[in-house]
Design a protein around this ligand. Structure first.
Ligand SMILES: *[C@@H]1O[C@H](CO)[C@@H](O)[C@H](O)[C@H]1NC(C)=O
Length: 260
């Protein structure tokens, strides 16, 4: 359900320094350094166990994430602010590694909670302060043989490459708006968010859980616009008139603005 939008996107700025051409994209997220961690998998080949994860993306096929996903240990999860972030993961130092696959790319869609009944080096893989990826089984099987159970990996955070714009999934009611933000490009994460009804000023939304933000405001019957600030790059973009005045709970509205 596309809406009419106005983009407030940031310009690609190209600097040509004599003898050393360089392209600098304002607000663009840059990959992090490769770092050692470990990876396991959860669920089966269907990845059905990965649906309805802690980020609130619901059905990952419907919402564009598919099976290339992972649950993050709480050290990485950052109370849900890491929802939507993207990682390249490479299996290393194990005979179970698929040597023909350099790495696979996943989006964080879930939390791998600690289990203090298990030692951090023997089953409690997601216990803090461990940095751990509990991948969907299809994603894990791209880089390693599943019989291994757990493998060392090198990982780095990378920009999320998304076709199309931000998507806003609405929940709540006419007096309490709960919004799940999906298909976030660039850093993939969100620090702050505001909603503007056609009859209101910009209203700051508070972080609820996962990738959801809420406003306690009367917004029924108003066209909704959203302003979103990236957690990593601090870039802010506005998606105007995302949802029409007759917006409905349970519906997801697409836009044509995104981070890059
Ligand atoms: C935590 O670990 C214990 C011991 O292995 C296990 O019985 C239990 O099911 C685990 N809890 C969760 C929530 O997975």
């Amino acid at each position: 359900m596309a809406a009419t939008l106005q983009s407030c996107s940031f310009l690609l700025v190209t600097f040509i320094i004599i003898g050393m051409p360089a392209i600098v994209a304002a607000g663009t997220f840059q990959p992090s350094q490769w770092t050692l961690a470990h990876a396991t998998f959860y669920g089966d080949e269907t990845a059905s166990a990965t649906m309805g994860g802690a980020c609130g993306y619901g059905n990952l096929f419907v919402n564009g994430y598919g099976t290339d996903t992972a649950a993050l240990s709480s050290t990485l999860f950052n109370n849900g602010y890491a929802c939507g972030t993207c990682y390249q993961i490479q299996c290393v130092q194990s005979s179970a590694c698929n040597s023909n696959v350099p790495y696979t790319t996943v989006t964080a869609t879930n939390l791998c909670p600690p289990n203090w009944s298990e030692a951090s080096d023997n089953g409690g893989w997601c216990n803090p302060p461990r940095v751990h990826f509990d991948m969907s089984k299809p994603a894990f099987m791209k880089i390693a043989q599943s019989q291994a159970g757990i493998v060392p990996v090198m990982y780095r955070r990378v920009p999320c490459v998304r076709s199309e714009g931000l998507r806003f999934s609405l929940q709540g009611n006419g007096y309490w708006l709960l919004v799940y933000v999906m298909n976030v490009g660039g850093g993939g994460d969100i620090a702050n968010m505001w909603v503007k009804g056609s009859g209101t000023r910009w209203i700051s939304m508070s972080h609820n859980w996962g990738a959801s933000y809420q406003a306690f405001a009367t917004l029924a019957g108003q066209t909704l616009s959203f302003k979103v600030t990236s957690y990593t790059t601090k870039e802010t973009i506005i998606a105007w008139n995302v949802a029409p005045a007759n917006w409905g709970v349970g519906l997801t509205y697409s836009t044509n603005v995104n981070f890059n």
